[in-house]
Design a protein around this ligand. Structure first.
Ligand code: FBP
Length: 558
């Protein structure tokens, strides 16, 4: 029996590249304070809610050359939310910085996400432990979870755990929701004068935790490369057999950054962009008509095959569905407390809901197949999000396109064949072995998080910039979490949350796609990216995404 694959072994020995000044070592870093910040929106509410940590300046690091003697520190780390390739390297970078700073420093990992710190479940890392996880995918080093850290009771339990382990700082590796919680915890701990700091790290394959300071969240690079490989392979299969239409739903709960990047990498016949659907107020019917038109036109060219990419979050961006889901969420928030409703059969539940929905929403809800209705009723995640990964939009679209084609055939307007294959790519990419980019970026984010701790900061997100350049030119620093916040409705109430970055329809990434999609639709411009390469020429192994290259106006290399 083999314990590790040959590539796994080779990756354990890979030495990730550190960002710019961090290469001089943790004892030689000096913090520089920039301008004070404010919230992205709803400034007054955010300032009132986070009066202890609001408005702090952006910081950057430079080198001192002083080789400082640094005091002993204990740190706790939490992996929060969905897996993303590179999480293990964030912990490895944090561990290495902490041990280089002072060998007596200790790093504790809380088990199973935020609940680990509340329940006091932890491990202490040592060299052997960390070495077994370097440059590997997954979050299995300590596990992850979606518990929302927000109540007084949870904060009190967290404090008890920190006091027991004499913890000076907590690092929370998470997406927008988890970093919102990081900020709430930072505020609470500072208000109580505990001296315990909280630092976040930007994680999510969805790529929607980005802004003027954060260029990209980690994991996006590897996940999109993994999906692009798979989709390239499917395109080759479709182009070889010429008999299937593949409808592929791609992860990305809200924004379509994943779908857009993969579309640029692979050039499929159809790629829907949720943000465009919303901006053009497209109805479900008009989306289905658009797909049907491409299928019919390709059939006229003798091509009864193709590939269509469907963003996971599409359903929530179709205006009529969005309005209905928002109404449904408010209704469910009340009904979930009613045991008669909770224990009723699905058919009964649909009737109750239908009777409570506003008129237009009722019509939209009733028009959906029962399969989709049932999926819309599934539990929201602890942050109040619809679990779109469980809604089979690709199947809904296939059924509706089929119905359209049947009608067109009866009218003598379509003479092709439509055989479909439905796929959902999400979990396949979230734990892939991190690309060199993610391995280096994550290691730097973790190392940098410790530099922020040494600088005495709290309520900050670890930030590494200039990411299209070689790692030696990357710029490291920190951004106050409150700078990214605004108020949004969750579980029927207005809550402070980090604003998600959606696809910018006037930005260079969408424009690049828009300029070529017609060509992709009919002329089979498929690109086959192949597997992620870890060893070999830098222009193959170290390249980051087209999204980052286009956004940073770096010369696009593909
Ligand atoms: P995060 O925002 O926590 O990184 O998770 C994103 C994501 O991967 C989405 O793309 C997907 O909709 C969701 O997680 C699936 O969640 P789960 O792992 O709970 O099924």
């Amino acid at each position: 029996m083999r314990e590790l694959s040959p590539l796994h072994k080779a990756r354990l020995a890979y030495k990730p590249k550190l960002a710019g000044v961090l290469q001089n070592g943790i004892k030689n870093i000096k913090v520089n304070f920039g301008e004070k910040t404010s919230a992205v929106k709803d400034k007054e509410e955010i300032q009132n809610l986070f009066n202890q940590v609001y408005g702090e300046p952006i910081v950057s690091f430079s080198t001192t050359g002083e080789n400082l003697n640094l005091e002993q520190k204990n740190v706790g780390v939490i992996l929060s939310g969905g897996q993303a390739p590179g999480g293990h390297n964030v912990i490895a970078g944090l561990y290495d910085a902490l041990k280089q700073s002072n060998p007596n420093n200790r790093l504790y990992g809380f088990l199973g996400g935020p609940s680990g710190i509340i329940e006091g479940k932890y491990v202490e890392f040592d060299d052997k432990f960390i070495d077994a996880y370097r440059n590997t995918g997954g979050f299995d080093i300590i596990g992850s979870g979606r518990t929302k850290l927000e109540t007084e009771e949870q904060f009190n339990e967290t404090l008890k755990t920190c006091e027991k382990l004499n913890i000076n700082a907590i690092v929370i590796i998470g997406g927008d929701d988890s970093n919102t919680n990081a900020c709430m915890l930072a505020q609470w701990l500072k208000a109580k004068n505990t001296g315990i700091q909280v630092i976040g790290c930007p994680k999510t394959i969805d790529g929607d935790l980005k802004n003027s300071q954060i260029e990209i969240s980690f994991g996006f690079d590897t996940a999109t490369k993994t999906y692009s490989e798979l989709i390239g392979n499917i395109q080759r299969d479709a182009n070889s057999a010429k008999k299937y239409w593949h409808f592929i739903k791609l992860m990305g709960r809200s924004a379509t950054h994943v779908g857009l990047e993969v579309a640029l990498q692979t050039q499929p016949n159809i790629a829907l962009i949720s943000e465009e659907v919303e901006a053009k107020a497209q109805s479900l019917k008009s989306i289905v008509d658009y797909i049907t038109n491409v299928v019919v036109k390709r059939a006229e060219m003798g091509k009864n095959f193709g590939v269509a990419l469907i963003p996971e979050g599409l359903i929530e961006f179709i205006p009529e569905m969005k309005t209905m889901i928002s109404n449904l969420n408010d209704i469910l928030a009340v009904l979930e407390k009613d045991s008669n409703f909770v224990n009723a059969q699905n058919e009964e539940k649909y009737k109750t809901i239908s009777s409570k929905l506003d008129n237009n929403n009722k019509e939209v809800f009733n028009s959906l197949p029962n399969l989709i209705k049932a999926q819309l009723l599934m539990d929201r995640d602890p942050h109040g999000n619809v679990q779109v990964s469980r809604i089979e939009t690709e199947k809904l679209l296939i059924e509706m396109v089929k119905a359209n084609l049947k009608k067109l055939k009866e009218e003598g307007k379509y003479n092709g064949k439509f055989s479909e294959q439905a796929h959902f790519f999400g979990y396949e990419g979230r734990c892939a072995m991190p690309s060199n980019f993610d391995a280096d970026y994550c290691y730097s984010l973790g190392y940098n998080a410790f530099a922020l701790i040494l600088a005495g900061l709290t309520g900050y997100l670890s930030c590494i910039k200039n990411l299209c350049e070689p790692a030696s030119n990357w710029i490291s620093g920190g951004v106050p979490l409150t700078m990214m916040m605004n108020m949004e409705k969750r579980h029927g109430k207005m809550k402070p949350v980090i604003q998600k970055a959606l696809v910018d329809l006037n930005g260079p990434v969408f424009k690049e796609f828009e300029a070529h999609r017609e060509e992709y639709a009919y002329n089979d411009r498929y690109v086959f990216p192949g597997a992620i390469q870890y060893f070999g020429p830098s222009e193959v192994c170290d390249l980051t995404t087209l999204t980052l290259q286009l956004e940073q106006k770096a010369p696009v290399k593909c």
